[in-house]
Design a protein around this ligand. Sequence first.
Ligand code: ZN
Ligand code: MN
Length: 477
Amino acid sequence: MFEVIIGLEVHVQLNTKTKIFCSCATSFAQRQNIHTCPVCLGLPGALPVLNIEAVKKAMMFGNAVNATINKKSVFNRKNYFYPDLPKGYQISQFEIPIVENGYLMIDFDDGSQKRIGITRAHLEEDAGKNIHEGDRSLVDLNRAGTPLLEIVSEPDMRSADEAVRYLKKLHAIVRYLDISDANMQEGSFRCDVNVSIRPKGDDKLYTRVEIKNMNSFRFIQQAIAYEVQRQIEAWEDGIYEDEVWQETRLFDTAKGETRSMRGKEESADYRYFPEPDLLPVTLSDEMIEEAKDIPEMPDAKRERYVKQFGIREYDATVTTSEVEMARFFEAMIEKGISAKNAVTWLTVELLGRLNKAGLTLENSPVNAKKLAETVKRIEDGTISGKAAKQVLDYLFEHQEESVDGAIEKLGLKQVSDDAAILELIDKVLSSNKEKVEEYRGGKEKLFGFFVGQVMKISKGSANPAKVNQLLKERLNS
Ligand code: ZN
Ligand code: MN
């Protein structure tokens, strides 16, 4: 039996307005190479100036993961050549990163949690992009110099599932802090996975293989599964030493397998040395104090939801799992509906429909206010829960329609008027005289039959609670 050891390095693009060492914009550019200047082009004589906003965001992250913020940290040059890196080195942090020794808790479906250590988080600049077109390659430096926070975990994860749970939690934290848009498709939240195996009970660490630049939870899961299987098979076949060596691999999403890219560099290969053009970063007490002011994080929010709204722990985990979800939930609660109903209608009914349509909460055709109003119409007896699902379907297709407008159009208003319901009841009882006798003679099971008949002739529009109440009165009188 083998144990799987996984550590992750995540690069998060910080959402500052300008780049980390110059005042070029980080926003979307209409053309290649227009958000550039002598600094990010690496022209001789140009000097970097540190963007304090990037520093502040890194400090906020440190506080969110219970880490040490180093009062003094140092920038280094990481030397390597690649066409998208015009200076020939990346400015990064090496011996003394700004953030060290933190942790976060990952959530399992049964409500339990596991602590995953965060070794460090350091600031660095992003490289540009190489664009390959047929037999030529082009370089776009708009991204060069964009601030990155590289977050390095301890090798604390024991399965692909745990790795994905860690990434989801990290993603949520970064979005809660609003320090990055963390858009995975666009590469502002990307991940390198380190995977090794060892026989269970062994506490030695064996050769780790790095899978680079993953930007989808599903692919990360698949890549780890493939890589673990490859290593285990090599071990069992007695060719572990030949097949598994320290290297960087790429995940081929079409074939579902990892492929060797290059031998993994040791840090010594990069000839790190202190960046002579930047002073060490020294944080004032005031800055350190200010960075402690961060929004409520998912774990704290989860605990509060359980206490304040009395919802189940599992539901609280789901509703706090992403900041958009928490915002949506809170906006629903503000409309004065029950928290339990808000959870069900958000996580089951709305999310179910969104998933089916390939949509997310951000582009949901039904907003929090409308979903809450729909629930409110169940709670005040205007419509049944079943009818509310039809209303939701309708609102999904007709964004401009109001909740009451949809109820009206679909003719779903419940009949709660006593006289109207009694009329229906009497109709049912008079055409089932024998059954009424049997009921009165003690066959109480028949009650459900009468309810069903009344609902049937009302075409489902009668308020079931009212039907029950009035039927009981009539039959027992
Ligand atoms: Zn620039
Ligand atoms: Mn890096």
